[in-house]
Design a protein around this ligand. Structure first.
Ligand code: ZN
Length: 242
C-alpha cells in the first residue's frame, strides 16, 4: 500500500492542494502534526485532511492554537499567528486537534511530530539527538517532522552509531529492515532553502520511502497572509524556503 506522509502543513492550503494533486493514488494520509500555525487557511487544511482516511500526531503549533501550551515558548511572529489561528478555528476543528495523540504506531511505523521520546517538542537536527532516540525507544522506522528539514537518520548496529543521510530525490530510499528516523520535510513552510512543498510516499509492500518536492503558488498563500495581517517575516520566508 502507498501512504501519503505529510508534516508541518501550517495552514498553507495552496501547498497542500499541490501535494495532493502531485501524490498519485494513496490509501491513507499519515500526518506528523502542525496542521495549523503560521499560514492563512487552518480550517481548510483540517477540512481537507478529514476527507481522507487519516492518522495524525499532534504538533507544538496545534497545541499552541488550542491553548494546551504557553504561547510564550513561541517566538513573536509564531505567537501572533497562533493567536490569529485560535480565533479562526471552528469548534469542530479545535476538537479534532484536541483529539490528536502525541504519538502513534501505524502498521509498525512510529509517527510523531518531534521525536520518538519527546513527541511534541524535541527537534532531531543532528546525529547525537537521533542516537539518543534510537537508544531510548524501541522502534524500527519512525516518521517525524518539526524541523521542516527533510532528513534520514540511520542506526548502525555494528558500531552502535548513527549517521545522517541527505534525502535523494532521484530514487526511493530502500528501508531494508534498518532502524531509521525519516523526516519528509514541511508541506507548508520548507526551511531547507527550497521553497517547494516537501512530502513523502511510503510504500509498505516495496518497503521504500520516496522524498518528493512540488512547486505551489507561493504568491497566493502570501497574498492571503497579507490580507489576514499575519506577520511579514512569515510571509517573506515562504519564497526563500528558509
Ligand atoms: Zn512546524
Amino acid at each position: 500500500m502507498r501512504y501519503l506522509i505529510l508534516s508541518d502543513i501550517h495552514g498553507n492550503n495552496p501547498a497542500l492542494q499541490s501535494v495532493l494533486r502531485d501524490a498519485g493514488e494513496f490509501a491513507e494520509i499519515w500526518c506528523l502534526g502542525d496542521i495549523v500555525g503560521y499560514g492563512p487557511n487552518p480550517n481548510q487544511c483540517i477540512d481537507q485532511l478529514r476527507e481522507y482516511p487519516l492518522h495524525c500526531s499532534a504538533g507544538n503549533h496545534d497545541w499552541g492554537a488550542l491553548g494546551k501550551t504557553d504561547l510564550y515558548v513561541f517566538n513573536r511572529a509564531a505567537r501572533q499567528a497562533l493567536l490569529w489561528t485560535r480565533d479562526e478555528l471552528t469548534a469542530r476543528n479545535m476538537q479534532m486537534l484536541n483529539d490528536l495523540p502525541t504519538s502513534l504506531c501505524v502498521q509498525g511505523y512510529l509517527l510523531a511530530h518531534g521525536s520518538p521520546r519527546e513527541p511534541v517538542w524535541e527537534y532531531i537536527l543532528n546525529t547525537a539527538t537521533a542516537q539518543e532516540n534510537f537508544q531510548a525507544i524501541d522502534f524500527r522506522v519512525a516518521l517525524v517532522g518539526h524541523t521542516h528539514m527533510p532528513a534520514v537518520f540511520e542506526w548502525l548496529p555494528e558500531s552502535r552509531n548513527t549517521r545522517l543521510m541527505v534525502p535523494d530525490y532521484e530514487g526511493p530510499l530502500h528501508l531494508d529492515g534498518r532502524r531509521l528516523i525519516i523526516n519528509p520535510g514541511s508541506v507548508g513552510q520548507p526551511r531547507d532553502g527550497n521553497p517547494d512543498a516537501a512530502y513523502g510516499i511510503l510504500d509498505t509492500e516495496a518497503a521504500t520511502f520516496e522524498f518528493r518536492r512540488v512547486p505551489y503558488p507561493v504568491a497566493i498563500t502570501q497574498a492571503r497572509m497579507s490580507a489576514r495581517k499575519l506577520p511579514q517575516r512569515l510571509i517573506d520566508r515562504l519564497e526563500m524556503g528558509r
